[in-house]
Design a protein around this ligand. Structure first.
Ligand SMILES: [Zn+2]
Length: 434
């Protein structure tokens, strides 16, 4: 036997692999009951995983949400990825804030225990507010298989415990679907518009025959993008088996937020101001359940399999992952999903930090949801149905008063990122600025 000269203090601890699929809304996964087989790999993984049926993203767009995921703090507590001004309008004059340096992220929490860290992302703004926060950060704006290939090469080089964050962009505008999967759910025309968004403006002919044709093709291609991500996540999982690491890796799959396909267009047009005159599509503008419900699947040596029906949030990932690795978590906004002694039934989860329009916040507790946008003069309490979507307006002042108690106070705000040509080009390509 030879002993390794490069042994690190954390050797023997499990690894952590966190996969986020940008814009992957929960109800589009076959693993969560969708009729198209978008996620055959996750369908299988579910059998050995803890999976949450009411998981929420802390924001409806990438920058604040991924910071919450990596810090265990809500946006008003971490202050990163926030768009200044009122109404908000993400643009080159209004870039989001960088994460304040004193807010630790998972790589900072894991490094003292010997963990190396890498972030490999396909959506440029996933790294925008957290530059230099991982030992290695790579941006590969390509379909998932390319990122997974890079990730596997990095994993092979590790001789001790590691934390890999893989952020896939297949389902984010412009949809990036490999040729082999483009028509997997039926024919999709190869037009520029189908990879981006059309019928978005208040005056668009939504309801026309052309709209319905477009909508069907757009959703088919989105579903194919989810399938592409799922296939590649399956390859990563297989690679961990080949490297004999599968049984000593905590492996989590989620999304940074959902995506809207015109479900709330009329409510948005009637109630909310949008400086872009865009209603009903994409993300960043609203906090309905289509924007914030995400899948959350976790497996690992100390993680029991089974469904979790409680309201949970991506801020729970930090304490859960650390506990699964056998480490203490600092206090934050999240609760470990491995702990049953929390008051899960009384738990309130928040979502906030929008990019367009007046500031909005939502509080979800039990089967009730408060959606508040003071700048629009809007406050409504919804009931949530078994599918966790808004099922109707609740007229119960007691419920509304209880939800209001959980509204966040004053927000911390980091320093605004300064515009460069590179930042503008990337945000334009992603459809965030004109
Ligand atoms: Zn995103």
């Amino acid at each position: 036997m030879t002993s390794r000269s490069t042994s690190r203090s954390g050797e023997g601890r499990p690894n952590l692999v966190l996969v986020t699929v940008d814009c992957m809304r929960r109800d589009r996964l076959s693993a969560y009951g969708y009729e198209r087989q978008t996620t055959p790999f996750l369908d299988r993984l579910l059998e050995r995983s803890l999976h949450c049926t009411s998981a929420h993203s802390p924001s409806c767009w990438t920058c604040p949400s991924v910071i919450s995921l990596l810090s265990g703090l809500y946006p008003h507590h971490h202050g990163g990825g926030l768009v200044p001004g009122d109404p908000k309008n993400l643009s080159k004059q209004n870039l989001p804030t960088a994460l304040p340096a004193d807010v630790p992220l998972l790589p900072d929490l894991l490094a003292p225990h010997g963990y190396r860290s890498a972030a490999i992302g396909a959506v440029w703004n996933a790294h925008l507010s957290v530059p230099g926060r991982f030992e290695r950060m790579s941006m590969i704006e390509r379909p998932a298989d390319r990122l997974v290939a890079r990730a596997v090469r990095w994993i092979r080089d590790q001789d001790g415990p590691f934390f890999l964050w893989l952020h896939l962009g297949d389902a984010h505008e412009p949809l990036d679907v490999p040729r082999s999967l483009w028509n997997v759910f039926g024919p999709v025309p190869r037009t520029r518009g189908v990879r981006r968004w059309e019928f978005t403006k208040s005056g668009s002919a939504v309801g026309s025959k052309e709209f319905h044709r477009y909508r069907e093709a757009r959703i088919r291609l989105y579903d194919a993008a989810v399938r592409s991500a799922d296939t590649s996540i399956g390859r990563l999982w297989s690679a961990l088996a080949d490297l004999r690491m599968q049984d000593r890796t905590v492996f989590a799959v989620t999304a940074d937020h959902g995506e809207e396909f015109w479900e709330h267009r009329e409510d948005e047009r009637a109630s909310f101001m949008d400086p872009r005159d865009i209603f009903g599509t994409g993300h960043g503008h609203g906090l309905f359940q289509v924007h914030v419900l995400v899948p959350l699947v976790l497996t690992g040596p100390r993680v029991p399999a089974g469904a979790v029906a409680a309201n949970v949030s991506l801020v729970d990932v930090v304490p859960t992952a650390l506990q699964a690795l056998g480490l203490e978590a600092p206090s934050g906004d999240g609760w470990s999903l491995l702990e049953s002694n929390h008051d899960w039934a009384g738990r309130a989860v928040l979502s906030e930090g929008i990019a367009y329009g007046h500031d909005k916040v939502t509080v979800i507790r039990g089967d009730a949801k408060l959606l508040s946008s003071p700048g629009d003069g809007y406050e409504r309490t919804f009931g949530l149905g078994p599918d966790r979507r808004e099922s109707g307006v609740l007229e119960d002042p007691k419920v509304t008063a209880e939800l209001r108690r959980h509204l966040p106070g004053e927000s911390r705000v980091g320093i605004q990122v300064e515009a460069t040509r590179e930042i503008e080009d990337h945000l334009r390509d992603l459809g965030y600025i004109d």
